[in-house]
Design a binder for this molecule. Structure first.
Ligand code: SF4
Length: 215
């Protein structure tokens, strides 16, 4: 089954505990959300259909064992679980960035799922599937993109829910909206509250700037 692919490129991973590592990115077309701060609007519709084997061939050209499937929202395409399986079978370390509105159990647990929980400033927090919190494993990572104090309070309230035992991930990222959230303020809030989270800066944007595509 073909997948609609927006772009495949080689860059530095910037949005997880893998930040800083060279990585091949497969950006799939389409998203079911419309976040206010979205920086990949070009991926909503643009793309070409590619068979999984053709995607694999392009990835192999980069001689890199780390691959990230991203979007858009990768889990709205039917072929995504197959592509993930294929890459895992070929021995790649596979990351997937997902917006938190789709059931992550469609994807094998061997894939490291980096899941957003949308905060109020996104305008999409009602679409969060909080059932995913119980579907995560210790390998998965959670990310809150924070634009203001309201978002920060919302993220803390979700972390309160997460204190229950069934939430397994230990990696929680607080990521400031680039150009909107003052990083120093966010750092101070985290320290004041003694939160066990990771202040996370979008490394690829610090290197190449906000508008650059394919990085
Ligand atoms: S989920 Fe991601 S790609 Fe979709 S609208 Fe939000 S920021 Fe953009």
């Amino acid at each position: 089954m073909p997948l609609k692919v927006n772009e495949i490129f080689y860059s530095i991973q910037g949005e997880s505990s893998y930040a800083g590592r060279p990585c091949v990115f497969v950006r799939l077309t389409g998203c079911n959300l419309r976040c206010s701060y979205c920086d990949t609007r070009y991926a909503y519709y643009e793309g070409i259909d590619l068979e999984p084997d053709d995607i694999l061939k392009q990835i192999e050209n980069y001689d890199c064992t780390l691959v990230e499937i991203t979007g858009g929202e990768p889990l709205i395409q039917e072929g995504t679980p197959y592509l993930t399986d294929l890459l895992l079978q070929k021995g790649y370390t596979v990351l997937m960035e997902t917006n938190g509105s789709q059931d992550i159990s469609k994807i094998p647990v061997e894939c490291i799922r980096i899941m957003d929980i949308k905060c109020p400033s996104s305008g999409e927090e009602k679409k969060n599937d909080l059932g995913n919190l119980g579907r995560m494993t210790f390998r998965d990572e959670l990310k809150f993109v924070i634009a203001n104090r309201d978002d920060y309070g919302y993220a803390k309230s979700i972390m309160h829910i997460m204190d229950s035992e069934f939430i397994k991930t230990g990696l929680i990222h607080f990521s400031p909206v680039f150009g909107k959230m003052d990083v120093i303020s966010l750092a101070e809030w985290i320290l004041e509250d003694h939160l066990n989270v990771r202040l996370h800066l979008q490394l690829h944007k610090l290197i190449w700037g906000q508008e650059q595509r394919g990085v």
